[in-house]
Design a protein around this ligand. Structure first.
Ligand code: FES
Ligand SMILES: [Fe+2]
Length: 369
């Protein structure tokens, strides 16, 4: 029997079953001691939602008092997904026999039990949950107290800024999606004309790479305003932009452009590892322009979505190729400025090695852009 076929699409945090791509060299990392977004707050209403983090199915629900809870999505009675159930008051009710669980995962009701029959302790694993900045976050390790708080999005609701949120699913690993979101060289080719162009005048710019124990950033110095459609729409006047790309553990990417005092664009994505090669992207785009945001939105949004779709397509093709060959192959060059550092950070975090004592790393290089 073809084991590759059997295991394709499955993953297991404990490492019992792994995707073929995860054998040998793999950029997949299971970082469990951190927070991931499971959904937008506004999507969590009366109906429980199913979500998966690192291959673990969860049910997210909101009680009548508005507080959210996250449990393993498996009824301890007969293995039915609790996400098929309903919320009754503060409790989550399984759809099969009606057992009801609180946010701590304790079974509080077993229907049919007589008064003199004891309700024994029955428990579903519960996960720590936080709601902030309009998102629901879950700590991926149910067995440990959180050692940090979820990432905070800035600029949301700030004067003069327009905020756009998007949610997308990509068939790719967190490492590959992070690198793609912060990778400059592909933009002139995959998104040719939309953001940068592969023809016309190119210039050499300086790049400063700084890595700490939990983040890495690349600062591009002396970069001209990108010549593609988006650049011309957002900043009609040419000039030099200030541009920083950043990755923050476990899975945050930030792209920031400033042109003078008036133009500021920030694209932040929080990536949720659903399975090894399946990632949910929660993107928050904030921008401030000399003209009102609502005026440019109808023009900019379709272009941004086109860029996202082009990235999603290429990342799926990358995953398909990795699966076909049963493993990854990476050859990086000088201009792959962040990918190798993201890999290193993810692998260290997977081993629980995120020590602030590590000496900061700084390197300068150049890139033709
Ligand atoms: S399977 Fe959930 S109550 Fe029976
Ligand atoms: Fe891209």
């Amino acid at each position: 029997m073809d084991r590759r076929k059997l295991s394709a699409g499955s993953s297991d945090v404990q490492g019992k079953l792994k995707e073929p791509a995860a054998r040998g060299h793999t950029s997949v990392a299971h970082v469990t001691d951190d927070w991931y977004i499971v959904c937008l707050s506004k999507r969590l209403r009366r109906k429980p939602l199913a979500a998966t983090i690192l291959g673990t199915p969860l049910v997210i629900f909101r009680g009548r008092n508005g507080e959210a809870g996250a449990l393993l999505d498996r009824c301890p009675h007969r293995n039915i997904p609790l996400s098929l159930g309903t919320v009754q008051g503060e409790l989550l009710e399984c759809c099969y026999h009606g057992w009801q669980f609180d946010r701590q995962g304790e079974c509080q009701v077993v229907p049919g039990l007589c008064d003199d029959q004891k309700l024994e302790r029955r428990h579903v694993k519960s996960y720590r949950i936080r709601e902030q900045d309009g998102f629901v976050w879950v700590y991926a390790d149910a067995d440990r107290e959180p050692v940090r708080e979820p990432f905070r999005f800035d600029l949301i609701g700030e004067m003069g800024y327009t905020t756009v949120r998007e949610e997308l699913a990509v068939e790719s690993s967190v490492h590959a999606v992070s690198e793609n979101a912060l990778d400059v060289p592909h933009t002139a080719y995959l998104h040719g004309g939309l953001f940068r162009t592969s023809h016309g005048k190119r210039s050499i710019i300086e790049v400063v790479i700084r890595r700490s124990h939990d983040s890495v950033e690349a600062e591009y110095i002396g970069e001209a305003r990108p010549a593609g459609l988006i650049g011309r729409l957002l900043a009609p006047h040419e000039g030099t932009v200030s541009h920083i790309d950043r990755f923050i553990l476990p899975s945050i990417t930030q792209v920031e452009y400033r042109l003078g005092e008036k133009v500021h664009l920030s694209v932040v994505t929080a990536l949720t590892p659903v399975h090894d090669f399946s990632t949910r992207i929660f993107a928050v785009v904030n921008f401030r322009l000399p003209i009102p945001g609502w005026l440019v939105m109808p023009l900019v949004r379709p272009i941004v979505m086109r860029i996202f779709r082009q990235d999603a397509r290429i990342l799926k093709q990358q995953t398909d190729t990795i699966r076909h060959f049963g493993g990854e192959q990476y050859n990086s060059s000088e201009v792959d400025v962040l990918g190798p550092h993201i890999y290193r950070l993810l692998k260290q975090a997977e081993r629980g090695q995120r020590s602030p004592s590590e000496a900061p790393y700084i390197r300068r290089t150049r890139m033709m852009i």
